[in-house]
Design a protein around this ligand. Structure first.
Ligand SMILES: [Ca+2]
Ligand SMILES: [Ca+2]
Length: 576
């Protein structure tokens, strides 16, 4: 009871501090935090049309029950990213997040138990982090702790719980307007997957009639090995199966239609169960070193999935340059790796960099991807389970974690936080060269029995303070993230509006305006350690009428068109 009262008091303080850094000038406008619950765009089922010569070649058509060819949602230009998808997502590495049954391994029940931390369903009360979507790392049966080698797509790994737990989590999330996407790993499976067992058995017994004989890519000893790819011998045979990631991750053969239809069934099964979409692992490796063919696969796959769920949320891992992700955007959204990690524009700009370079990039990137698909989204992140943690190069004491958060949360599209980032959690591969060090246990500090994943060997400081202490401290990074997400929600134009950079040529201060449903806001950042004053009339014809919100280490002052942002501070202005 006392704890709840304290939490409420803290929330009230948070709300009071939300709209302005107290820098004088125009009094802060107090537009209430809006709840974004727009309905997904209406399905565009397409019109009946003449059957094309080959229904399967394009995947753009399905046959209705009476044999009519129906044009599917064409995917290239239709509602992939509906406005409802412009959400702040949170990546949960399931085995490291929260443990419900005392075995030290995170599980689905643990996430259910932590929903009030993530989103309590009371938008704007300041008690929860306020994320609007969850990416679950792989949850299906697997022998590894990370579960990127799936041994049964139709079974939740018992260490993580049951399908009933998944359904309960999804339903709870939906009650709170939180979307859930699953990590779907379909380039490869584990070696104990029944598909691979059948493939191995078919080759060992010479049963060429088995439907699994061609389920995986391979060549036979004596044939020329395909260049650049990695193969392993299937014991007891002359078969060399492809395993570019590991010998334990045999690659499915996407020239085999039975494979395509089998993975399609998996995806449809979980959409039927209620999940909102997927994060597609290793999307560019469907056809190794052939982005054109891999991209074509995703067009077919997504056309099929949009046929059953037009507003499906998708984000693909295409860990490559923007010129390569171009191949995939027509079908689905991709994470932006260019602005991620220590050398990416979010981190470098947060370190007293020139914000104008960042906004110029985002502007050109949005032009680029929306030309490929009008509904494409910028999906920024700093770190994920495959990278070192952000706090390692953005030390919390320098304020740079907060500045970086400003840059990618007050931004168009759908930003992703990696669990623990809001606590400034550390973790890097280090000299032991293990990814487990990037996936350390969440630091709750309240008796959660969660443990590090196997192989972890991280000995340095984990967090400046665990979640339980940061919840009680209005100055903590966690409280900062809460405020930041509330500001984003209170100004829906930031995520959804037309993006126009405010171009300054003689200062590192920079920003953009965004217009949505008749409302225009401006977002400006000073990432340097010095105060900066600018005259906004030199970069825009708009009138800047007030401070909607100010967040950072300092203050914002607006007098007429003259804006002063003190060091490491961002501001949201209303415009007309
Ligand atoms: Ca457990
Ligand atoms: Ca492959």
């Amino acid at each position: 009871m006392k704890k709840r009262l304290l939490a409420l008091l803290l929330a009230l303080m948070l709300l009071l501090s939300l709209f302005g850094c107290g820098g004088g000038g125009n009094s802060a406008a107090t537009n209430p935090p809006a709840t974004q619950t727009e309905a997904p765009a209406a399905p565009t089922d397409g019109e009946p049309t003449q059957a094309p010569a080959n229904l399967d070649a394009s995947g753009k058509y399905t046959l209705s029950e009476d044999g009519e060819a129906i044009l599917n949602d064409p995917g290239l230009s239709d509602a992939q990213a509906t406005e409802d998808n412009y959400r702040v997502f949170y990546e949960i590495f399931v085995g490291s997040f929260s443990d419900s049954d005392g075995d030290g391994i995170g599980d689905l029940r643990g996430i259910i138990n932590r929903m009030d931390y993530l989103n309590d369903g009371q938008d704007g009360d300041g008690l929860s982090l306020g994320i609007e979507g969850i990416w679950l790392s792989p949850i299906f049966l697997s022998g590894s702790y990370h579960k990127y080698d799936c041994n049964d797509y139709y079974q939740v790994d018992p260490k993580f719980g049951t399908e009933a737990d998944l359904k309960e989590l999804v339903d709870l999330c939906h009650e709170r307007n939180v979307k859930v996407i699953l990590d779907l790993v379909i380039n490869h499976t584990g070696t104990k997957n029944p598909w691979f067992t059948e493939f191995a058995e078919a080759h060992r017994s010479g049963n060429t009639a088995s439907e699994y004989y061609d389920f995986y890519t391979y060549y036979t000893k004596g044939e020329e090995a395909p260049a650049g790819r990695t193969f392993y011998n299937l014991s007891g045979t002359d078969v060399m199966y492809e395993g570019n990631f590991s010998s334990e991750m045999p690659e499915l053969n996407y020239d085999n239609e039975a494979v395509r239809l089998s993975v399609l069934d998996v995806a449809k099964y979980y959409l039927d169960l209620g999940v909102d979409g997927f994060r597609f692992d290793a999307a560019k490796y469907i056809y190794y070193a052939d982005d054109a063919r891999s991209g074509e696969f995703w067009v077919w796959f997504m056309n099929e999935l949009r046929g059953v769920k037009p507003d499906i949320y998708t984000v693909a891992e295409v860990w490559d340059a923007d010129g390569i992700t171009d191949r995939y955007f027509p079908a689905l959204n991709c994470f932006n790796f260019t602005t991620s990690q220590s050398s990416g524009l979010i981190a470098t700009t947060a370190q007293a960099g020139d914000v104008n370079k960042f906004t110029a990039y985002v502007d050109s990137y949005l032009d680029r991807i929306t030309a490929l698909n009008p509904d494409a989204m910028y999906i920024p992140f700093i770190a994920n389970h495959d990278t070192d943690r952000a706090v390692g190069y953005l030390p919390e004491a320098t304020g740079r974690m907060k500045v970086a958060a400003n840059l990618y949360i007050l931004c168009p599209g759908s930003p992703f936080l990696y669990y623990g980032e809001e606590l400034g959690a550390a973790g890097s591969r280090g000299s032991s060269n293990t990814d487990a060090n990037r996936r350390l246990k969440m630091e709750w500090g309240d008796g959660d029995t969660i443990n590090d994943p196997e192989g972890a060997s991280y000995n340095a400081t984990r967090v400046s303070a665990p979640a339980v202490d940061q919840l009680a401290n209005g100055d903590s990074l966690l409280s900062y993230y809460k405020r930041l997400i509330m500001i984003r929600k209170a100004n829906p134009a930031i995520a959804r509006g037309d993006y126009t950079p405010l171009v300054f040529t003689d200062t590192k201060l920079g920003g953009f305006t965004a217009t949505y449903e008749g409302t225009t806001v401006a977002v400006l950042h000073n990432t340097t350690t010095k105060d900066i004053t600018v005259d906004l009339s030199t970069v825009s014809d708009l009138s800047f009428t007030g401070i909607n919100a100010c967040i950072g280490l300092g203050t914002a002052t607006l007098e007429g068109s003259t804006l002063t942002l003190t060091a490491q501070t961002s501001v949201v202005l209303s415009c007309s």
